[in-house]
Design a protein around this ligand. Structure first.
Ligand SMILES: [Fe+2]
Length: 435
């Protein structure tokens, strides 16, 4: 199906895709160049957002020493919520506004980078919180102009937030997880140093690693941009525009790298090669899905995370009572891909093959099952729960899950087929238990 859909738009479909590339530097030891990069951006006084879990580790030492060497005044902010909320974003924005900084540096996982993005946004272009939040919860208002420079330094190989235009948070009063998505939010530079992941606990590598894999598989199997509705004006073309020739390349390679290195990176913290390559997979997936988007597994994860059932699996207690994002996503992935495969069988087969499934003699219609099967195999190998049932969800939770998971139009629309509420209910039901 790939060649015809990219050759010409379908009736009313979009005829163009945009690549909003992120500046990125990748390599073991590159964090020590932070000060030089900040100076090159013309920065003299920065807000340094640090994940409290990272504050006393070697990467924090390297980053602060590098800024100091470059003569840059850095003020640390470490009140980062594990799962950010509207309240935590606004508190960070107050800090950013009061500090009169000329730029931002973030060091940590997705929550830290997202908090810095939001602080930069609301300090630079103040507005009511919901003004910039995605529909249907917010107004999705255009950001009036560029933000201040932001150098994002990830310390987990997961979210890809360092190269994306999205900041994810809970709106506490509504008990929903949603996001701010705007091209202005994209960090000015992503400084990706894989050595920062060497000390991560196995549980964090697993949850963030499966986030990487789902980013890559979802963007590869997303609705092609040519079948997404044509925007009324060019500025309304969404960040998440559907699968396209640019994102396909990085997505497929990220799937291949994840299939080869994720289990090894979880099993052995001393396997530096595996952790290095998983970080590369995360970066490539981030660059790709940042332009293409993700669909059902991520949409459905908002239901799981929003309902916040107690997290009970051994080895993940640190995140309790939150369900780590990557886990909330991947638990919905096999059931979602079994559903979406019929709409794009060859893509699902190609993803299964890249992930390491044995696809010899397989017909395209087996793609969904092979992809789901290989994912389940990797989930078992890394000690993940056997479905959302293991988190405490039952049949009785399905209406609530559907309410939250389906109400993510930006994501649901990118599934390669039309999706009803009943479809989502059936997917949640089939994801309660895999083995
Ligand atoms: Fe994700």
């Amino acid at each position: 199906m790939e060649k015809p859909v990219y050759y010409a738009a379908t009736e009313g479909g979009d005829y163009a895709f945009a690549v909003s590339a992120a500046a990125m530097k990748f390599g073991a030891g590159v964090l020590a160049e932070l000060g030089d990069d900040a100076r090159a951006q013309g920065l003299k006084r920065v807000a340094l957002f640090i994940d409290p879990e990272v504050a006393d580790t070697a990467p924090a030492e390297v980053a602060t020493a590098s800024l100091k060497r470059a003569g840059i005044d850095a003020v640390v902010y470490d009140e980062i919520a594990v799962e950010p909320t509207d309240t935590s974003f606004l508190a960070a924005a107050d800090f950013a506004r009061d500090g009169k900084f000329d730029g931002f540096v973030s060091l940590g996982g997705g929550s830290t980078m997202d908090t810095a993005k939001a602080a930069n946004l609301y300090a630079t272009h103040p507005a009511d919180f919901l003004a910039y939040v995605n529909l249907p919860y917010g107004e999705f208002r255009a950001v009036p102009g560029p933000l201040k420079p932001h150098i994002a330094c990830p310390t987990t190989s997961g979210t890809g937030s360092e190269t994306t235009s999205t900041a994810v948070m809970d709106i506490t009063a509504l008990k929903v997880k949603t996001a701010i998505s705007n091209r202005m939010l994209k960090p000015t530079l992503a400084l990706v140093d894989p050595t920062t992941t060497r000390t991560l606990p196995a549980g964090v590598v697993a949850s963030t690693g499966f986030d990487v894999l789902t980013h890559a598989i979802e963007s590869y199997t997303a609705r092609p941009y040519t079948t997404r509705s044509r925007p009324k004006s060019p500025d309304q073309r969404p960040v998440f525009q559907g699968a396209n020739p640019y994102s396909d390349v990085g997505s497929l390679e990220a799937i291949r790298l994840g299939g080869k290195y994720l289990v090894r990176a979880v099993e052995n913290a001393d396997d530096h090669e595996a952790r290095h390559m998983l970080m590369l997979a995360a970066t490539m997936a981030g660059l790709s899905f940042g332009n293409a988007g993700v669909h059902l597994p991520h949409a459905m994860s908002y239901g799981v995370a929003g309902l916040c059932h107690t997290w009970r699996a051994a080895g993940y207690e640190k995140a309790a009572p939150m369900v780590p994002h990557g886990i909330a996503v991947v638990l919905n992935a096999p059931t979602a891909f079994r559903f979406t495969a019929a709409a794009a069988p060859e893509r699902h087969l190609a993803a299964a093959e890249a992930l390491g499934a044995d696809t010899r003699n397989a017909a395209p219609e087996h793609g969904g099952e092979l992809l789901a099967g290989r994912l389940i195999e990797m989930m078992r190998q890394t000690g993940l729960p056997n479905g959302t049932g293991a988190l405490g969800f039952t049949e009785a939770d399905i209406p609530d899950l559907v309410e939250r998971g389906y109400n993510q139009p930006r994501l649901v629309v990118l599934a390669p087929c039309n999706v009803t509420k009943d479809d989502v209910a059936a997917m949640y039901r089939n994801g309660l238990r895999y083995w």
